[in-house]
Design a protein around this ligand. Structure first.
Ligand code: NAD
Ligand code: MG
Length: 401
């Protein structure tokens, strides 16, 4: 019987076969560092990346992987060159990624960034025993479809996002029917104390400078605009199948409490730890056991305070936009995500300002009805919504020029 990722079966530890999608990214490299702490616990099948071929090859060699895949077909020769003489097979392109996602493994780590991760997560869910999910876009755009795919294949779905890992841990052994509320914590990002006027002119470099967490550039900017938290509210609803009105967000600048579950007897169970993604990744990789993933220990004597305050909706409207997307349901989650991704691209290209991003997403989500909202029941429907939403944002920008 499969009882976890690093199984203790009749007293023996069983090695787990793993593939890491997005291995060259922030979550991917943290995953690599956890595996390297105890290499005999994992048999690495595939590692994937995009542009950083040297790091992809170095990761594949360091983990003794069987195959390395880049999403970029024009970089295959470079990858082959870097892997020459190692016996590691090199592949490229979307088709190869999908093929490798279907290879049977015990654990698939889904850590590609953005909408590109959804189709891959679905393929991993069809073929893996455990899906360790960092790609939150998968749940925001296709939560019901992903859950259904996991159920049909008997795949276990584990959250890697730190808040959702915290909720998962706080729900351990409890009944969902006893849950009164889920409280997601948010650091508040680099602009927590900035005025609206100050936020108007911030640059992508300032926005990517997260005070607590070290993450990829896109998610760091999403944290500054609170779009990351907005995504996480939808992620919570989809992952735990919980009504959106039971999900709250509270600013907690120290990022020590990673999230909390409130029960109907008034008790709150919180999960705490340093702001280090290795905690949540290690938990997903080793469940039901725990491992030392190299996370620093909290020293309560030196922790001077844990602060909390409400989210200022006027400066950070992203969460209320997420609520209107959840109210609409169907493909509105995919529309929300695509508008957010497209606006972020435009901000990174200096074509729109930081605060314009929320404006674009709000207008696009509002217009979902004109596109014809429908169930997000297939990849095809979700992809169409994604495309429509991106085009809608581009048209908005064109009209304003
Ligand atoms: P990142 O940008 O650091 O890494 C992204 C990875 O995806 C890289 O390996 C990159 O090569 C690959 N990639 C990019 N575009 C691709 C494409 N089109 N096809 C295939 N591969 C592609 O991102 P990250 O910060 O590690 O985040 C990964 C995912 O995890 C995101 O969905 C993010 O929201 C989520 N997440 C990240 C953190 C964090 O600490 N970084 C925390 C929680 C959740
Ligand atoms: Mg998070």
């Amino acid at each position: 019987m499969f009882t976890g990722i690093y199984c203790r079966y009749n007293g023996y530890f069983v090695m787990r076969r793993i593939s890491i999608f997005g291995a060259t990214g922030s979550v991917g490299q943290n995953t690599v560092s956890i595996i390297k702490r105890n290499p005999s616990a994992f048999d690495v099948h595939a590692v994937t990346g995009a542009l950083n071929i040297e790091l992809l090859a170095q990761t594949a060699i360091g983990l003794n992987a069987k195959v390395a895949v880049t999403s970029e077909s024009n970089l295959l020769d470079h990858l082959k060159e870097c892997l020459k003489g190692t016996g590691i097979s090199a592949k490229s392109g979307r088709h190869a990624l999908m093929e490798v996602a279907a290879d049977p493994v015990d654990v698939s780590m889904s850590a590609v960034v953005g909408f590109a991760g959804l189709e891959l997560s679905l393929e991993m869910a069809r073929h893996g025993q455990t899906l360790a999910l960092a790609n939150k876009e998968s749940l925001v755009c296709g939560g019901a479809l992903l859950r259904e795919t996991c159920d049909r294949a008997g795949t276990k779905l584990f959250p890697v996002d730190s808040e959702h890992s915290a909720i998962f841990q706080a729900l351990n052994g409890e009944k969902l029917s006893d849950v009164e509320r889920i409280i997601l914590t948010a650091s508040g990002g680099p602009f927590l104390h900035s005025s609206f006027a100050e936020m108007a002119d911030v640059t992508p470099i300032q926005a990517a400078d997260h005070p607590n967490w070290s993450m990829g550039k896109r998610i760091s900017i999403d944290s500054a605009s609170m779009f990351n938290k907005a995504m996480e509210v939808i992620e919570t609803k989809e992952l735990f199948n919980i009504p959106s009105d039971k999900i709250e967000v509270i600013i907690h600048p120290q990022s020590i409490i990673h999230s909390m579950v409130g029960y109907k007897d008034g008790s709150i169970i919180a999960q705490m730890g340093p702001a280090d993604m290795c905690g949540a990744i290690g938990y997903a990789l080793y469940w039901p056991n725990r491992t030392d993933a190299g996370v620093e220990r909290l020293d309560f004597a030196t922790l001077s305070k844990l602060e909390f305050c409400a989210v200022d909706d006027s400066r950070f409207p992203a969460i209320s936009i997420a609520h209107s997307a959840m109210k609409q349901g169907g493909i509105a989650g995919a529309v929300f995500n695509a508008a957010k991704e497209q606006s972020l691209d435009l901000f990174l290209e200096n074509k729109i300002k930081f605060l314009d991003m929320a404006d674009m997403v709000a207008k696009t989500v509002q217009a979902t009805a004109t596109f014809g909202n429908c169930e997000a029941s297939s990849m095809d429907k979700i992809s169409k919504a994604d495309k429509w939403s991106r085009e809608f944002v581009l048209n908005l920008v064109e009209m304003s020029e």
